[in-house]
Design a protein. Structure first.
Length: 196
C-alpha cells in the first residue's frame, strides 16, 4: 500500500467507525445523560474529576482544561480537575503502587455529588477501576468513556459511553475526543453559560 492509499484507508476506517457509533441506539441517550449529570453536578456546586492512562489521560486533561478555560466561546470557568500531576503520580506510583494513582486522589478530593469521568479504551485498566470503586465509596457519580464489549468499566459506571470495537486504540480515542467536545457543548447549553 502506498502512502496515499494508507491515508485514504485510514480516513475511511475512521469515518466507518463514526458512522457505526452514530447508528447505535444508545449513543445519543448516553451522551445526553452524561452531559445532564455533569451539568446538574456543576449547578449544585460540585466538581468533575477526570482520569485516564496515556492518550486517555491527554483526553481527560483536554476535558478539564476546556471546562476551566474555554470551549468555543468565553464563559465563566467550570470546576474540573484532571489527575495529571507528574509529581503526585510518581509519588503514589513509587510509594504505593501504580494501581492506586487515581483512587488515592479520588479518595482525598472526591466529595459526595462530584462526578468522575473515567476514560479507558479497553475498560479493564485496573487503576481506573479502582478509581471508579473509590468514587462510588465517596458517593460520586461515575461516567465512563470506553469501548463496546465486556469490560469492567462499562459495568461499574453509572453511565457508559462506548465506542464501537476497533482493533487499535487510536480509533477508539478518536471517538472519545468527539464525545468530550459534544459533552462540553451540551453542558454549556444546559447551564446556559455560553457567551460571546
Amino acid at each position: 500500500m502506498n502512502p496515499k492509499e494508507t491515508i485514504y484507508a485510514s480516513l475511511h476506517e475512521a469515518r466507518t467507525l463514526l458512522d457505526t457509533f452514530i447508528r447505535e441506539d444508545s449513543t445519543l441517550e448516553s451522551i445526553y445523560k452524561a452531559a445532564f449529570l455533569c451539568a446538574e453536578a456543576l449547578r449544585a456546586g460540585h466538581k468533575i474529576i477526570s482520569c485516564g492512562n496515556g492518550g486517555s489521560l491527554c483526553d481527560a486533561s483536554h476535558f478539564a482544561e476546556e471546562l476551566t478555560g474555554r470551549f468555543r466561546n468565553n464563559r465563566r470557568p467550570l470546576p474540573a480537575l484532571a489527575i495529571n500531576d507528574a509529581a503526585y503520580l510518581t509519588c503514589v506510583g513509587n510509594d504505593f503502587s501504580f494501581q492506586e494513582v487515581f483512587s488515592r486522589y479520588v479518595e482525598s478530593l472526591g466529595q459526595p455529588g462530584d462526578v468522575l469521568l473515567a476514560i479507558s479504551t479497553s475498560g479493564n485498566s485496573q487503576n481506573i477501576i479502582r478509581a471508579v470503586e473509590q468514587a462510588h465509596k465517596n458517593k460520586m457519580t461515575v461516567l465512563a468513556l470506553t469501548s463496546q464489549g465486556k469490560n469492567e468499566l462499562a459495568e461499574k459506571a453509572d453511565v457508559a459511553i462506548c465506542a464501537p470495537y476497533a482493533p487499535h486504540s487510536d480509533r477508539i480515542q478518536e471517538i472519545h475526543i468527539k464525545v468530550i467536545h459534544i459533552l462540553i457543548q451540551v453542558m454549556e447549553e444546559l447551564l446556559k453559560v455560553s457567551s460571546s
